[in-house]
Design a protein around this ligand. Structure first.
Ligand SMILES: Cc1ncc(COP(=O)(O)O)c(C=O)c1O
Length: 440
């Protein structure tokens, strides 16, 4: 019998990426949200300094998105996209390609960032195979990269805690060095000066494995989940040039940097790079309905369109690829971004934001401050023997003072909805300053 006997029992839900026992002793629960705020179960309004989990770029419960989802639920709840179609998926793909960087004319739908990554990696392997380069099977990630939690993404990812439990089940993966260099770049404003030469690490891996075995390199334009690691000036261009030289596909994992986070529609626009595949999710529906979208250049797409026309061209897809509700949510989201100029709003606020985030310098235990677009990060020296505690304690205290920030390692990351006002930026940093001054 499925009867809920204890309505507030927290035991059944095994929470993802959480310290379950600790959380359930002192839960932090939301019951509502509106624009820049969450509402807690005890009625407090909490300023959202993290756009949920880097996804609610237009703020919460926005009318056009809500209405689009409601209408779609009542009109066409589900239709598959394997050998059938529905109009919303085609409309959504066309709308998405219209804001994508030059040359990205095709979209493959998934349900999350992790699935977008798996899709891109498989696409890269299959691309080389259909082009007759079947030996190109190696995938290269980067230390401290985060590419979701499925096997491919875990393998190319470079965060030890996300990898060590699960073994290595994708053969031939290797990693570039990360670009985080506090000795040379601490307290950089925006893109740091030093380290473009770290891209040459790819030449080292080419020399080791031979380019004929390497299919793709995947990197985040800004590695956000690992603590906002901003690539040094020129690094991404150099990486792109080395990839092109060796016929290695460059996959930009833009699950966070797409949809306006840096002040341009995509992170690739911000850095002036032109990868081969771009993975997205999160902001594609403003976080409302799970969805991912992999953007592909015609060079990749067309390579698959060469066999007999009645044969499936890419043996991959999800039951919910291009789900009608997700497509409707995405179209409502793109309308909202467009109506309110949100894809470029971070560039208007960036200077104000930078001033406020760097004004935290000098507060106790801070060892670095970073910013780009509407993203900020504060790194702390770890409590000896208790890594991550310093930032965790600050995250909890901020929440108690009605501010949501994101803790990752000993770093606090900030990424508010792109609708934030200057006075709300002030409120965010006034609260954070008080928290950082008064927490051990
Ligand atoms: C760059 C990047 N790739 C992939 C993912 C995984 O996305 P999801 O949690 O939707 O599977 C994330 C999530 O934060 C991400 O930041």
């Amino acid at each position: 019998m499925n009867v809920q006997t204890k309505p507030n029992d927290l035991a059944a839900f095994w929470m993802p990426f959480s310290a379950n026992r600790q959380f359930k002793k002192a839960p932090r629960l939301f019951v509502g949200a509106e624009r820049m705020h969450y509402i807690t179960d005890d009625g407090r309004r909490v300023l959202d300094g993290t756009s949920g989990l880097w996804c609610v770029n237009a703020g919460h419960c926005r009318p056009k998105i809500v209405e689009a989802i409601q209408k779609q639920a009542a009109t066409l709840d589900f239709a598959g996209t394997f050998q059938m179609g529905h109009t919303r998926a085609f409309e959504c793909a066309t709308r998405l390609t219209s804001i994508a960087p030059e040359g990205f004319d095709h979209v493959f739908f998934t349900n999350s960032g992790s699935e977008s990554v798996e899709t891109a990696l498989k696409m890269a392997l299959a691309y080389h195979r259909v082009k007759g380069n079947a030996s190109k099977v190696r995938l290269i990630g980067r230390e401290r990269g985060y590419h979701g939690v499925n096997f491919g993404g875990t393998a190319v990812g470079g965060i030890a805690n996300n990898r060590k439990m699960f073994g290595s089940h994708v053969a031939g993966v290797d990693h570039l060095r990360h670009t985080h260099d506090l000795a040379r770049n601490a307290y950089s404003r925006g893109v740091p000066e030093h380290g473009a030469e770290l891209a040459d690490d790819l030449e080292r891996l080419v020399a080791l494995h031979d380019a004929s075995t390497i299919a793709a390199v995947i990197v985040e334009p800004v590695a956000c989940s690992t603590g906002v690691l901003i690539p040094p000036k020129g690094y991404l261009q150099r990486l792109q040039a080395i990839c092109a030289k060796h016929d290695i596909l460059l996959i930009a994992d833009e699950v966070i940097t797409a949809f306006g986070r840096l002040g341009t529609a995509f992170g690739s626009d911000y850095f002036g790079i032109s990868p081969d595949i771009i993975t997205t999710a999160k902001g594609v529906t403003n976080g409302t309905i799970p969805m991912g979208a992999v953007f592909v250049k015609s060079k990749i797409h067309d390579a698959f369109m060469t066999g007999p026309e009645w044969v499936i061209d890419f043996f991959h897809g999800y039951t919910y690829s291009g789900h009608p509700m997700a497509c409707a949510a995405s179209i409502g989201t793109l309308d909202t971004y467009q109506d309110e100029g949100l894809l470029t709003r971070a560039s208007e606020l960036a200077t104000y934001w930078e001033e406020r985030v760097h004004a935290l310098r000098g507060l106790p235990h801070i060892i670095d401050i970073r910013n780009i677009g509407l993203v900020g990060a504060i790194e702390f020296d770890p409590v000896p023997g208790e890594p991550t505690k310093r930032a965790y304690d600050r995250f909890v205290k901020a929440f108690e003072h009605n501010l949501l920030v994101r803790q990752t390692g000993d770093i606090i990351a900030l990424s508010p909805p792109l609708i934030i006002s200057k006075s709300e930026i002030d409120e965010l940093f006034d609260t954070l300053t008080m928290v950082l001054k008064t927490t051990n």
